[in-house]
Design a protein around this ligand. Structure first.
Ligand code: SF4
Ligand code: SF4
Length: 68
């Protein structure tokens, strides 16, 4: 096994202009997703699993590269 492990975690955020507040993403029961007048993702809690991204019918969830 190698000790050098490069881990790239993709994170996601909500494009609030596209979000229709349908709440489909909340079906993931993900603790990173919150509703505060609009849907937001707490990036500290997002593990980049992509579940919400796959559920969103409005393509309002976008991937961000934390490495940048
Ligand atoms: S990508 Fe996964 S961990 Fe991140 S907000 Fe969506 S469901 Fe939660
Ligand atoms: S599934 Fe997409 S459109 Fe629906 S509330 Fe979540 S981010 Fe917004």
């Amino acid at each position: 096994m190698s000790d050098t492990k490069v881990e790239i975690i993709m994170k996601y955020k909500i494009n609030t202009e596209k979000c229709k507040i349908c709440r489909m993403c909340f079906r993931t029961r993900c603790k990173a997703l919150k509703f505060e007048g609009k849907v937001i993702i707490d990036s500290d809690k997002c593990n980049g699993c992509g579940m919400c991204y796959n559920l969103c019918p409005a393509n309002a969830i976008i991937m961000i590269d934390e490495g940048k």
